[in-house]
Design a protein around this ligand. Sequence first.
Ligand SMILES: [Zn+2]
Length: 264
Amino acid sequence: MAQNGLELTPYWHLSPPDAKDIPVGVCVIQCDASHKKGIHGTGVLIKFKDKEFSLRGRSGRSKGPVQAELIAIKNGFIELKKAMNTRAITQVLIYSDNSCACDLINRVMTPHLKHIIETTQEIQEIISQHEHNGIKVHVQYTRARNQKRVDRRAAREREEAEKKVDSNKQKRIERISSANERSKSVHIIARNGTYYASSTNGGPLFKVCIDPPSCECAHWQNKYSGKPPYVLARASPCLHICALANYLGADILEIFDKQINRVN
Ligand SMILES: [Zn+2]
């Protein structure tokens, strides 16, 4: 049955066909994403005539649900590349239950945010490449109820990724708490509103500050001084910064809250 130049089964525009109903030469890909607080999981299901691949899941970082859905579609193409090596394909039908993602890729909607523009363009380039190779690609919206299996896979991937992020957060808290414990051997000296730190056995004085965190010690200087924001976003305090926080009655875990709670 021809529709929009595609040889497909009836009702393909409403819901993804079963493998038995897919014509030879057509690949059906169902993509879905699950997004929460910057972390996403994606699920991809690839089907050919009489052949259904096992569900593929991935996880990553994204800025909101639409980008996550776009990434799920991009992941669909990555899985397709692996699956198509021995098959002659003339058409690819991609399903997403996010109408916004479909409209962006199909150029019905214009993206405005940088991350959405970039991800949309990446997918459009992949599609152009396929079309250049004689493979017609169609991105089709379908209702969420037709995507339950891929949706569950996406949610599972996201949950796993969240667990990993939580465990990393816990490790950061432990590392900072341990530094905080060891910082008790550091003395703070206040001079005209400026703070200096020295070890109990004398040694050099380091100018130290908590807002924003900085220290003259070799550790902080080598790792973080003058470094770009993405490095500072991953910073962990030296003993002197911990000692000054304690001296001023501030909570070192609160000062490094963003670094501790980062998702990547
Ligand atoms: Zn220091």
